[in-house]
Design a protein around this ligand. Structure first.
Ligand SMILES: Nc1nc2c(ncn2[C@@H]2O[C@H](COP(=O)(O)OP(=O)(O)OP(=O)(O)O)[C@@H](O)[C@H]2O)c(=O)[nH]1
Ligand SMILES: [Mg+2]
Length: 200
């Protein structure tokens, strides 16, 4: 049984390019297994995820989304309204696919344009199990996180499970930090005492 649950609007939204591993990350956290039969996501799909934080079991709602289509009216219609219904956004790219990394800037600008309140943003470089030297490096990802004024950078593997629990724990911690303010449009103070980066 959960020790801690959150109000309805306290969601985590996962966004990013096609094929970067958004659904696989969620599935790994739910099952602790890698499933390579996951099909492309075509609509917003909420899941309930359990994560242990300071010895307590927290239940969070994580919303999966279809891969981003720049300038797509359909993408905008389905995904952009979800920005208002979450407190934490997880931006995922594939370390082995540079265009998915470049998409992050576009997505962060859309969030900044559409959301007029504090939002915790986590940047995730996924597929670190297969990344090679010439792919998007940790340093480049970390730099982009700072440039875009995001709150945390982490590299993961949804295949090996590397940093997957850590990612969702960080998301849950940030939800807890903002718990009293969900739905508010006022600007909140910056959170303190949260780690800013995590090496894969
Ligand atoms: N090697 C490796 N493969 C991964 C990893 N994460 C996901 N994959 C594979 O990448 C492919 C895409 O994964 P999905 O989880 O469907 O990606 P997605 O971002 O949800 O894709 P869309 O729903 O189409 O936007 C699948 O073949 C996964 O098995 C990872 O960390 N390492
Ligand atoms: Mg998917």
């Amino acid at each position: 049984m959960a020790d801690v649950t959150f109000p309805q609007r306290a969601n985590v939204l996962i966004i990013g390019d096609f094929n970067v591993g958004k659904s696989t990350l969620i599935n790994y956290q739910r099952t602790k297994q890698f499933d390579n039969t996951i099909v492309p996501t075509i609509e917003i799909e909420p899941s309930t995820i359990s994560v242990t934080v300071n010895g307590k079991n927290m239940i969070i709602t994580v919303k999966d989304s279809p891969g981003v289509k720049e300038d797509s009216i359909k993408y905008g219609r389905f995904v952009f309204p979800e920005f208002q219904n979450c407190a934490v956004i997880v931006f995922v790219y594939d370390k082995t696919h540079r265009p998915s990394f470049d998409q992050i800037t576009y997505l962060k600008h859309m969030v900044d344009e559409l959301v007029n309140r504090r939002m915790e943003c986590i940047l995730v470089g996924n597929k670190c199990d297969i990344a090679k030297d010439d792919d998007v490096t940790f340093e480049v990802g970390h730099e982009r996180c700072a440039e875009l004024k995001m709150d945390l950078f982490i590299e993961t593997s949804a295949k090996k499970g590397t940093n997957v629990e850590e990612l969702f724990r960080e998301a849950a911690l940030r939800l807890k930090d903002m718990e009293l303010e969900f739905g508010s449009t006022k600007v909140l103070p910056e959170s303190e005492n949260t780690p800013k980066s995590c090496q894969c």
